[in-house]
Write a protein that binds this ligand. Structure first.
Ligand SMILES: *[C@@H]1O[C@H](CO)[C@@H](O)[C@H](O)[C@H]1NC(C)=O
Ligand SMILES: *[C@@H]1O[C@H](CO)[C@@H](O)[C@H](O)[C@H]1NC(C)=O
Ligand SMILES: *[C@@H]1O[C@H](CO)[C@@H](O)[C@H](O)[C@H]1NC(C)=O
Ligand SMILES: *[C@@H]1O[C@H](CO)[C@@H](O)[C@H](O)[C@H]1NC(C)=O
Ligand SMILES: *[C@@H]1O[C@H](CO)[C@@H](O)[C@H](O)[C@H]1NC(C)=O
Ligand SMILES: *[C@@H]1O[C@H](CO)[C@@H](O)[C@H](O)[C@H]1NC(C)=O
Ligand SMILES: *[C@@H]1O[C@H](CO)[C@@H](O)[C@H](O)[C@H]1NC(C)=O
Ligand SMILES: *[C@@H]1O[C@H](CO)[C@@H](O)[C@H](O)[C@H]1NC(C)=O
Ligand SMILES: *[C@@H]1O[C@H](CO)[C@@H](O)[C@H](O)[C@H]1NC(C)=O
Length: 467
């Protein structure tokens, strides 16, 4: 960590005067100290939602309505924060949170939350564990390191691969009684793809590469990934009944997975001709992702927009308001994995970060951020964990190239793992955690009713992105 004397004196002065800066207009992306100072304010705003330090709160969780998966995304932001800025203020909280939420069998099936847990929830948390491993975030101190937990999640998720419908793929949900079991989607499958790619890169175990290839092939066959665009999912049983929605984080998950596979195939076997293939795929995905009228708007078409819910009317729910943050972190990873894309990606991240920062001037603390970065100003209507997390990730990832790239077990990574991690290690492919449970007709009827209600609500919301 670098301490500048002048910033230190300045902050002392600000402290003495008892004033807080009411916006982030002092931030200059080419002066890392100013970015770090801005980030410490934004990060503090995210931590305001943390539940674990409140009386009766749960370690690792954020306040309602934020759910378990939001916490997984938020801790990724705090690991990035530490890695990029060098500021370890939140490391102890992050460490304790991650350790507490690993799951009873260290595979991110946490009994408090697992009855409603989806493959996407487990996948987002597993990617955060992977981030911790790749950055040598301080280990939990027992044999179940961050790598182990990511492997445990990977193994339990891969065991749910279902060839009974639509030739393969993961269901969105883990359990049949949850509405959304009859949907195979990009976030669940993309998370497993991303994890497989990064686990192959980190460990060199070819099984992960084979899985990543299988998931990619299926995703393109079923056209969830189609000409570089990543669609939200397909409804069962009709395998061509595709949802039209395009979300930033889905694009980011496949993009950074392809980028990691390019990087990994060079690192692990530079005569493997597949690295050319993955380089092309990463480029195709990036070209589509930055394509016109999609995820980047504003005068120069470079300010991030969650286009499926952020149009003239804003309909983004508390999940969707988090996606730009996850996307930003994945873009930062992509820039590190495929250096030839880095300057182009930075052009988009930098414009988005400045636009996001201009919204961070509200709330009691004076640096609460809001959703719509195109407006250049704070709006009280859309604030929350997702908004704060998104601003934090986009701002800090403009600096990611100044920090070291993701590690592997042959380039300094020390996280402890085990290829047999997870419930399947205890009961190979037979555990409840690996397979959907069989449930009775009553539960199924209940689930069907919920599905219908959710379906009606979605139609009522009435936004169809026609692309
Ligand atoms: C580290 O972050 C904390 C909390 O955000 C902040 O108070 C502190 O000034 C930061 N330290 C440095 C050196 O920037
Ligand atoms: C983190 O916890 C360790 C051990 O309890 C303590 O020594 C250290 O000062 C803490 N660091 C911060 C930044 O709070
Ligand atoms: C599960 O819930 C109990 C009771 O609220 C709580 O004490 C515990 O910390 C929770 N465990 C996790 C992993 O969140
Ligand atoms: C499957 O879905 C597609 C697209 O929604 C539709 O055109 C087709 O008719 C459906 N096929 C069946 C058998 O329902
Ligand atoms: C590297 O890739 C080449 C070409 O596909 C292959 O023949 C060779 O067996 C691979 N080496 C290793 C160690 O995997
Ligand atoms: C991506 O776009 C660039 C610039 O238009 C072009 O040169 C490149 O060939 C494209 N790459 C792929 C794989 O489509
Ligand atoms: C792979 O990623 C590392 C870490 O960011 C980077 O240093 C290296 O140049 C990348 N390899 C290739 C072939 O681009
Ligand atoms: C990995 O886990 C398996 C199954 O739990 C165990 O038998 C094996 O000893 C472990 N390997 C290492 C190196 O810890
Ligand atoms: C490679 O990964 C697979 C799948 O997780 C596992 O079964 C196998 O034991 C691993 N191999 C090694 C050498 O760790």
């Amino acid at each position: 960590m670098r301490f500048g004397l002048i910033p230190a004196l300045l902050s002392a002065l600000v402290f003495l005067l008892g004033t807080v800066r009411a916006d982030l207009s002092f931030m200059d992306l080419d002066k890392p100290d100013t970015v770090h100072e801005a980030l410490s304010l934004v990060a503090g705003g995210l931590m305001d939602y943390y539940d674990g330090t409140r009386p009766g709160g749960t370690v690792g969780m954020f306040v309602a309505p934020y759910y378990w998966w939001h916490a997984g995304a938020a801790w990724n932001a705090f690991i990035d924060y530490w890695h990029i800025t060098g500021n370890d203020t939140y490391n102890n909280l992050t460490w304790a949170a991650m350790k507490h939420q690993r799951g009873e069998k260290y595979d991110l099936m946490v009994s408090n939350f697992s009855s409603s847990e989806g493959n996407d929830d487990q996948g987002v948390w597993a990617m955060t564990m992977m981030t911790a491993a790749e950055k040598n975030f301080p280990e939990p101190g027992d044999e179940y390191g961050w790598l182990y937990v990511a492997q445990g999640a990977f193994n339990t998720m891969a065991a749910r691969w279902d060839t009974q419908s639509c030739y393969g793929g993961l269901h969105w949900q883990i359990f049949q009684w949850n509405s959304g079991y009859d949907y195979k989607n990009a976030i669940a499958n993309g998370a497993l793809f991303n994890l497989g790619a990064r686990l192959y890169r980190y460990t060199g175990n070819i099984t992960y590469l084979e899985w990543a290839e299988r998931i990619w092939d299926w995703s393109t066959q079923i056209q969830i990934v189609d000409n570089g665009r990543v669609y939200d999912g397909i409804h069962l049983p009709n395998c061509s009944d595709r949802s039209p929605y395009l979300w930033t984080y889905n694009a980011g998950i496949y993009l950074s997975g392809a980028a990691a596979l390019y990087n990994a195939t060079v690192l692990r076997n530079n005569t493997d001709p597949r690295h050319g293939l993955w380089f092309d795929r990463a480029n195709t995905l990036w070209n589509a992702t930055k394509g016109p009228n999609l995820f980047f708007g504003g005068p120069d078409k470079n300010i991030m927009v969650e286009i499926a819910c952020q149009q003239k009317t804003i309909t983004c729910n508390s999940d969707q308001r988090t996606f730009k943050g996850i996307f930003s972190s994945l873009l930062g990873q992509t820039a590190q994995m495929v250096p030839t894309l880095a300057s182009d990606i930075m052009w988009y991240l930098r414009a988005s970060a400045m636009a996001a920062a201009r919204t961070c001037s509200g709330g009691r603390d004076g640096h609460t951020c809001s959703l719509n970065w195109l407006t250049g100003q704070y709006s009280n209507d859309y604030i929350g964990l997702g908004e704060q997390l998104s601003a934090m990730e986009v701002i800090q990832n403009t600096q990611v190239l100044l920090s070291s790239g993701p590690l592997t077990d042959i380039t300094g990574g020390t996280s402890k793992g085990n290829g047999s991690a997870g419930a399947m290690g205890f009961h190979p492919f037979g555990a409840d955690e690996a397979h959907p449970l069989n449930i009775g007709g009553g539960d199924r009827a209940g689930a069907a009713i919920i599905t219908v209600i959710v379906g009606i609500m979605m139609i009522a919301a009435g936004w169809w992105l026609l692309v």
